[in-house]
Design a protein around this ligand. Structure first.
Ligand SMILES: C[S@@+](CC[C@H](N)C(=O)[O-])C[C@H]1O[C@@H](n2cnc3c(N)ncnc32)[C@H](O)[C@@H]1O
Length: 224
């Protein structure tokens, strides 16, 4: 399943559901960057709701959930109340409610661990904060029933300067566009990237002030 973020769907979300999602974030006063983003940006809350909505409302229970690069936010306790909810992030975070937190990079984890995961989530990490989307899918898809993720890209040329850790060089990082994302997903979808999906990936429609494009995907994993 793939959902491209459109202005009309966002408008519908803003006419009701956003108030519910905002209140869930306010239930716990967590001090973190992710919490600040979600309190300040209805667009970010909309994407969050597309990725996590069924988990927030208690419709999905008793699942083993792994959330990579999640940071920490006030809505997490809702998910952890009904599920085994493990967050992995490279940043140190304070302990919070029933959330199991591991400070680590995803690439050093064993994909399978001691159990297969029901759901592996990744919200706003690939393909530009971390460009190793294909490596991530190869590692985790065989060991979960489902991967769901939001992917952020730019269909107009956008670049950032970054300083190399452990070196003096300045790197200029051109952000991935939709075609770059489609090419990597095609490795997993085979010939299922049809023309409707391709036109979604090349659309310039954006609800974000910086003009970025976002899609949310659900991929079936190999675990039974
Ligand atoms: C753009 S933030 C998104 C945070 C949160 N998911 C959200 O949407 O607000 C990216 C997150 O990924 C984490 N991160 C970056 N590289 C990582 C890695 N290799 N392994 C695990 N987490 C990573 C960062 O520390 C940060 O919390």
């Amino acid at each position: 399943m793939i959902k491209f973020i459109t202005k009309s769907d966002y408008g519908e979300y803003m006419s009701g559901r956003d108030q519910v999602v905002l209140e869930i974030f306010k239930e716990h006063n967590v001090k973190s960057q992710s919490q600040e983003w979600h309190l300040g940006s209805p667009q970010k809350r909309y994407v969050f709701d597309l990725v996590y909505g069924d988990l927030l409302d208690g419709h999905v229970k008793n699942r083993n959930i792994l959330d990579i690069g999640a940071g920490m936010n006030g809505a997490m306790q809702r998910i952890a109340e009904n599920n085994t909810y493990c967050v992995v992030d490279i940043m140190q975070q304070p302990a919070f409610g029933n959330v199991r937190y591991l400070q680590s990079a995803w690439e050093v984890l064993n994909g399978q661990g001691t159990v297969d995961w029901d759901i592996v989530i990744c919200n706003d990490l690939f393909p530009n904060v971390d460009q190793r989307l294909l490596m991530f899918l190869d590692k985790f898809l065989p060991h979960c029933r489902e991967i769901r993720m939001s992917l952020t890209y730019f269909n107009h040329p956008t670049w950032y300067q970054a300083k190399r850790v452990g070196g003096d060089e300045m790197l200029t990082m051109l952000q991935w566009n939709g075609l770059n994302v489609a090419e990597v997903l095609g490795e997993n979808w085979g010939d299922k990237v049809d023309s409707d999906v391709m036109s979604g990936f090349t659309s310039n429609e954006s609800i974000f002030p910086n003009g970025r494009q976002v899609c949310v995907i659900h991929l079936p994993g190999g675990a039974t």
